[in-house]
Design a binder for this molecule. Structure first.
Ligand code: SAH
Length: 379
């Protein structure tokens, strides 16, 4: 619906104008439809119309902060492949690879493991043409096959390692609010003076989503739900039933279920008003790790974690890798290496808010650092 709207009028109307027109004709939008349009509108979406990641953009992510992040995740992938019995072909798929930095750093680490390079192909799952162009450029020297897909579903079945850093937080959420003994969907309407405002929909029909909502909550409680994450888990569980699978999800979020509005906008590295100037800021919302874990288990996947990102990276050997890099660094490089590494693990920075959750098929050995094995390759 939103995409058709975008195609019709993209040339001459701002996204805000098109959303207002849509609301005038069809009524308020769900938070999900609004978020989808702000991030992925063909003409004005935050990911589709420009490249928002990095110093000059709206936000920065772990792979942009330190090369160690992608290197350690690369070596994590090797370890997981070994515990799959080292199959002769394996795909490493990354969901929402951004600028391609994580995969570029992983590929560099894999040079220390020729046997792995011989058997892997890389699949990048990306919807934004602007991002695909950035990834192509970052990976132009890859010595393994690299292909792009719009969705994971398009990838052929087979042994698979899936990496997702700050991907789930960008998947649109729905919001529900508890009012006078009943759940209502939170919607977005025109505020009458050129902007947008929250409003509340009618009592929910007792469909799918209603059965997931608790019977009671304090008045005004907000509950978030992420349909696209559920669809992703179904697809992962299906794949795990036909071939070895390991998944690593790293994102910001909470590991206890709870109420609250976590929708946030970030523009130029600062928080911005969520509904102002659609498409001009990055919109995201906390990942509900408790929900992911519960649903993954119900689908037959085995979850490990979540553990805080700091703990995860330190157990994978972040300290050792940092020290090796420092040994051959200039003073200026040394400063960047040390501050980047500490930003990833410092509890006051990304160390605790960000969490790592691994998923595997049933009856597989636990991936590092959840089992007895350590990363066997040093680089
Ligand atoms: N993983 C990267 C980028 C995170 S930003 C990093 O850590 O730097 C989110 C990424 O997901 C962007 O590349 C965005 O274009 C992509 N994306 C958002 N929604 C998507 C979807 N539904 N399918 C595939 N990619 C998506």
């Amino acid at each position: 619906m939103m995409r058709a709207l975008a195609r019709e009028a993209a040339d001459d109307l701002s996204l805000a104008a098109r959303l207002h027109a849509h609301i005038a004709e069809n009524g308020p939008l769900t938070v999900e439809a609004f978020m989808q349009a702000c991030l992925s509108d063909a003409a004005s979406g935050a990911y589709t119309s420009r490249q928002p990641i990095g110093g000059a953009g709206d936000f920065i992510t772990a792979p942009e902060i330190s090369q160690i992040f992608g290197e350690l995740i690369g070596l994590w992938s090797v370890s997981v492949w070994q515990s799959m019995g080292a199959p002769r072909a394996v795909t490493v798929a990354e969901l929402g690879p951004g600028r391609g930095s994580l995969m570029a750093d992983a590929l560099r680490a894999w040079r220390a493991v020729p046997a792995f390079l011989d058997v892997i192909s890389v699949a990048l799952i990306e919807t934004s043409p602007v991002m695909v162009a950035a990834q192509r450029s970052a990976l132009r020297e890859a010595r393994v096959p690299v292909s792009w897909y719009a969705t994971l579903d398009e990838l052929p079945d087979g042994p698979l390692i899936v990496l997702a850093n700050e991907f789930i937080d960008a998947l649109p959420i729905r919001q529900f609010i508890y009012r006078d003994g009943t759940w209502l969907e939170r919607l977005i309407a025109s505020d009458g003076s050129g902007g947008f405002c929250f409003t509340e929909g009618n009592r929910l029909a007792l469909g799918d989503q209603a059965s997931d909502l608790p019977d009671e909550a304090p008045d005004g409680s907000i509950l978030e739900m992420r349909p696209a994450a559920r669809t992703l888990l179904y697809e992962l569980a299906r794949r795990a039933s036909v071939a070895p699978l390991a998944v690593l999800i790293i994102d910001y979020g909470h590991d206890e279920a709870g109420f609250g509005d976590t929708l946030q906008a970030v523009r130029g590295h600062r928080f911005a008003a969520t509904l102002a100037d659609p498409g001009s800021a990055d919109l995201s919302a906390h990942v509900d790790f408790a929900d992911l874990k519960r649903r993954a288990s119900a689908l037959g996947l085995k979850p490990y974690g979540p553990v805080p990102q700091g703990e995860f990276l330190l157990k994978l050997g972040l300290g050792e890798r940092r020290n090796r890099l420092l040994q051959r660094a200039t003073p200026a490089q040394a400063e960047a290496i040390a501050s980047g590494a500490s930003r990833l693990v410092d509890p006051k920075q990304m160390g605790i808010l960000f969490k790592a959750l691994a998923l595997t098929g049933a009856d597989r050995p636990p991936p590092p650092p959840f089992g007895p094995q350590h990363l066997t390759v040093s680089y």
